[in-house]
Ligand binder design. Structure first.
Ligand SMILES: *[C@@H]1O[C@H](CO)[C@@H](O)[C@H](O)[C@H]1NC(C)=O
Ligand SMILES: *[C@@H]1O[C@H](CO)[C@@H](O)[C@H](O)[C@H]1NC(C)=O
Ligand SMILES: *[C@@H]1O[C@H](CO)[C@@H](O)[C@H](O)[C@H]1NC(C)=O
Ligand SMILES: *[C@@H]1O[C@H](CO)[C@@H](O)[C@H](O)[C@H]1NC(C)=O
Ligand SMILES: *[C@@H]1O[C@H](CO)[C@@H](O)[C@H](O)[C@H]1NC(C)=O
Ligand SMILES: *[C@@H]1O[C@H](CO)[C@@H](O)[C@H](O)[C@H]1NC(C)=O
Ligand SMILES: *[C@@H]1O[C@H](CO)[C@@H](O)[C@H](O)[C@H]1NC(C)=O
Ligand SMILES: *[C@@H]1O[C@H](CO)[C@@H](O)[C@H](O)[C@H]1NC(C)=O
Ligand SMILES: *[C@@H]1O[C@H](CO)[C@@H](O)[C@H](O)[C@H]1NC(C)=O
Ligand SMILES: *[C@@H]1O[C@H](CO)[C@@H](O)[C@H](O)[C@H]1NC(C)=O
Ligand SMILES: [Cu+2]
Length: 577
């Protein structure tokens, strides 16, 4: 992955990039922050196999254009993206633009069988969407099978031309760091084996930073990403967690970082020694290269305070000081290793999370819904289901309100817009069928029910959703991702949510605004959002194993009455099942 130029130069240099043709349409907007109109940018994504060597082994992986991680999508707020995806592999493919709001363009969201039928072998689909009211770091990934293990990359959204960042100091350079997971085995074989036996899938063999695991593996092929820095300069690190199943701690040895943005929303800046980042989340931090010289490990390792299976493998990159006037730009032999919070450091994770606040400035107000039209309570957690091939006749499962989601065979959005009956019912329950002590002794019956049920929301209604972890099989931290919206995280706590006392502690002024939130192990989180985007929107745990087990559902947001309150018509090349 390359090191970015400062904002202004970057876009100019983009025209020269491979696979990118920048066609200027119009740049005429004097009022901010009203909708900014931008350029149209074209990208070509060829889904193809590529042999890649990591930790001393070579295997074919599914890639975009033979690159791993895949290419970074670069845009400015207000730009329209036309990304032409052609599938040259044997798998069905679809790509999700994670965190992009997709206002009225749900056709381009990407989750297979939710908003589209997959792009089949030999087929092409052009994802067509505009980036509206968002700036910062997001990312894209495959949204079918476990292909996102290798099909992922960053989305860098710069502010409109001549609009500075709201934080100081202005970074000298920008560096994108995408954290991931690597399996030596074929990843589809790993999940298929788990579904056959009913057990948890094999854990990954390495964590990675920009696709590279780092120095802890001694292999002849060098597998370490390096970040050269100059003393006295400030760098913007754009950090993405693209791991499949692990929340991560991230730390740079001997350097504090300043958090300035999460999930493409600016935050009140704060300093921290490490960050916590769940799969699906992104975090931008400023790093001041304030040491004289030397080299320092940049490291990522899981945060797992109730592991079903332990994975504590550490990924490393190397930050090293270079000098313009000397020959000292060779990475030093013994970089300093950060201590990193322990795997089970719930206290650190909680303290970090509680520091996150929306910037909530005049230009970037936090529009927290103050009145609520619809109150929802979703109990999320692990369970079991029956399985013929499995040991003991049971397989691990996962559910929301005791419903483990069953994938349909044509897309929910197709079924909704084209009135195809028998695909789903719009009767997802607003609360669990029978209340129980969610974090106490598990109920006797661990079996979940199943269904393809959606929750219907009127256009522009305001929603409060309590997400309550359960101890049914075991408590665990679930990073819940909602498509099509950002939400405000107004409260969180441990144990059972208490509707009488807990609302008193809600932050309705400057809560963090995100698209993915970690529901604490044995605890709860309350989010609020306005259903102002018509379509079918997936909500699921971003631990891929839990999604596979059924910890997922979808909202059906109705069209509104006004001309701009309905979904746009489907694209002519929309894939068919
Ligand atoms: C990967 O390497 C194997 C063994 O050399 C070869 O047979 C195969 O064609 C290669 N695949 C790709 C996509 O290059
Ligand atoms: C992209 O979508 C817009 C809005 O629906 C439409 O006007 C435009 O023609 C589309 N572009 C392409 C290349 O399909
Ligand atoms: C999973 O791990 C077990 C134990 O190490 C091994 O026997 C099995 O082959 C692995 N499965 C896959 C799909 O790699
Ligand atoms: C990771 O876990 C293994 C097995 O429990 C343990 O031996 C090792 O010390 C742990 N490593 C780290 C870095 O925590
Ligand atoms: C966390 O793990 C460490 C090392 O395994 C252990 O010593 C410690 O007691 C654990 N802390 C908690 C709160 O469980
Ligand atoms: C689907 O049904 C709705 C309501 O009955 C109707 O307004 C709409 O035109 C129908 N759409 C299609 C594609 O048939
Ligand atoms: C729920 O279970 C927890 C843990 O066992 C216990 O501390 C708590 O008192 C229980 N709450 C209720 C309402 O029974
Ligand atoms: C979940 O649903 C199943 C099947 O209907 C039922 O047997 C079980 O008791 C329910 N569990 C809970 C916690 O509601
Ligand atoms: C949604 O409702 C809010 C509050 O009533 C209102 O200010 C806003 O204009 C509505 N938005 C749309 C798109 O109708
Ligand atoms: C690909 O998707 C189509 C449409 O849903 C389906 O019929 C086909 O079986 C899928 N192919 C594979 C290999 O899964
Ligand atoms: Cu989960």
């Amino acid at each position: 992955m390359k090191i970015h130029l400062p904002a202004e130069e970057m876009v100019l240099s983009m025209a020269a990039c491979r696979n990118i043709v920048v066609k200027t349409m119009l740049i005429a907007m004097f009022l901010l922050p009203a909708a900014v109109q931008g350029e149209t940018r074209h990208y070509k994504f060829n889904i193809q196999l590529k042999n890649v060597t990591r930790i001393c082994r070579t295997k074919p992986i599914v890639t975009v254009n033979g690159e791993f991680p895949g290419p970074t999508i670069e845009a400015r707020e207000g730009d329209t993206l036309l990304i032409k995806v052609t599938n040259h592999v044997k798998y069905n493919v679809s790509i999700h633009w994670h965190g992009v709001r997709q206002l009225r363009t749900g056709w381009a969201d990407g989750p297979a069988y939710i908003t589209q039928c997959p792009i089949q072998t030999g087929q092409t689909y052009v994802y067509n969407f505009t980036v509206t009211g968002q700036r910062g770091t997001l990312w894209w990934h495959a949204h079918i099978l476990w292909l996102r293990a290798t099909l992922y990359g960053a989305i860098v959204i710069l502010p409109p031309p001549n609009v500075p960042y709201p934080f100081e100091p202005k970074p000298h350079k920008e560096i994108t760091l995408v954290l991931g997971e690597w399996w030596n085995a074929d990843v589809e074989a790993v999940i298929n084996e788990a579904l056959q036996t009913g057990a948890a899938p094999n854990i990954s063999d390495a964590h990675t930073i920009n696709g590279k695991p780092g120095e802890i593996f001694k292999c002849p092929v060098k597998d370490t990403f390096t970040l050269p820095v100059e003393h006295g300069k400030v760098y913007l690190l754009r950090i993405v967690n693209a791991a499949l199943n692990d929340e991560l701690f991230f730390e740079v040895a001997n350097h504090l970082v300043k958090v300035v943005e999460v999930d493409a929303v600016y935050t009140k800046p704060f300093d921290t020694k490490a960050i916590v980042i769940a799969p699906g989340q992104t975090t931008n931090v400023l790093l001041e290269a304030n040491k004289r010289s030397g080299s320092y490990f940049v490291a990522a390792r899981p945060f797992m305070d109730a592991p079903v299976t332990v994975n504590n493998k550490t990924a490393t990159a190397i930050l090293h000081y270079i000098s313009r006037n000397s020959e000292s730009d060779i990475p030093a032999v013994n970089p300093l290793m950060p201590r990193l919070p322990l795997l089970n450091d719930t206290a650190f994770a909680t303290s970090f999370t509680s520091k996150l606040r929306s910037l909530n400035s005049v230009q970037f107000p936090a529009k927290v819904p103050q009145t609520i039209d619809r109150n929802l309570f979703f109990a999320v957690g692990l369970a079991t289901e029956s399985c013929q091939t499995c040991n003991g006749g049971l397989r691990a499962s996962a559910s929301i309100n005791n419903i483990s989601f069953v994938m349909p065979s044509i897309s929910l959005l197709d079924a909704h817009i084209f009135n195809i009956s028998g695909v789903f019912t719009a009767d997802f329950p607003d609360k669990p069928p029978t209340p129980f002590n969610y974090t106490g002794t598990p109920p006797k019956n661990l079996i979940t029910s199943k269904g393809t049920r959606l929750s219907r929301l009127p256009f522009n209604s305001t929603v409060q959703l309590v997400l309550q972890d359960t101890s049914v099989l075991t408590v665990e931290n679930h990073p819940i991702h909602l498509h099509g919206f950002n939400f405000f995280i107004v409260g969180r706590g441990f144990g059972n949510y208490d509707p009488n006392t807990d609302p008193a502690s809600f932050n309705l002024v400057d809560p963090p605004e995100r698209n993915t939130v970690g529901v604490p192990t044995g605890g709860w989180t309350v989010i609020r959002f306005r259903a102002d985007n018509p379509g079918v929107w997936f909500m699921h745990c971003h631990l891929e194993v839990h999604t596979t087990w059924g910890l997922k559902m979808a909202f059906l947001v109705e069209n509104g009455d006004g001309p701009d309150q309905s979904m746009l018509p489907p694209p002519s090349d929309f894939p068919k099942c």
